[in-house]
Design a protein around this ligand. Sequence first.
Ligand SMILES: Nc1ncnc2c1ncn2[C@@H]1O[C@H](COP(=O)(O)OP(=O)(O)OP(=O)(O)O)[C@@H](O)[C@H]1O
Length: 227
Amino acid sequence: MNQPAWIVAKDVHRSYQLAKKSVEVLHGVDLEIGRGEKVFLCGPSGAGKTTLMYTLAGLEAPQQGRVEIDGIDLYGLSRKKQAQLRNAKMGYIFQNYYLLPELTALENVMVPAMIGGKNKFQLAKESLARVGLENRLDHLPSELSGGEQQRVAIARALVNQPEVVFADEPTGNLDSRNGKEVLQMLMEIVDESNATLVVVTHDEHLAELGDRTLIVKDGLVRNQLDI
Ligand SMILES: Nc1ncnc2c1ncn2[C@@H]1O[C@H](COP(=O)(O)OP(=O)(O)OP(=O)(O)O)[C@@H](O)[C@H]1O
């Protein structure tokens, strides 16, 4: 990483409560990601990749440690301020898309834009056009292919022009050709605004497209080059 750190995790611990037992998934993660860097998180299933992304993105507070975004102590903020920061700076592409089934493609993309009181209709249309879906605005998710649904999820994540995009297995449900195409498109768009990209993938070939691969294993994170 050549740039100053833009996302910082320091000694992040995260556990889940199962019945009466607490199971720790992240055992003190330290990492730094620079502005504009494209970082891939790889590692075995169940290792904690999604948990780490949720924690970096302000969706799940760590029990110990801190996360900084652009110098701001994310979990030191009130919940309202955290939500404002997420909306202003972050886009999140969830595993399995999480599109709202009763809303059209356009309406799904308008949802995050509404919060900022911006010209949501125009922004959502532009974002869908950017992912090549200008002719699918009024389709419900059930009327779209898997690749198209994934692109709607990408358009939604990009609609507020985020400074960082988190993408959890953005190609997981696509065949390898479509998967690579979608990922390259996402990387191109992110590049245009020098945004930071953090991607979870199982596919180490795809990870080669990024600047750096981090391996999540045994509750910790290591640079692939250090392994
Ligand atoms: N809400 C939850 N409650 C309890 N345990 C959870 C919860 N979410 C995740 N876990 C557990 O935490 C561990 C890490 O899960 P996580 O989804 O972060 O792994 P992952 O590396 O993203 O896995 P995959 O590659 O299979 O998606 C798993 O053992 C999982 O069962």
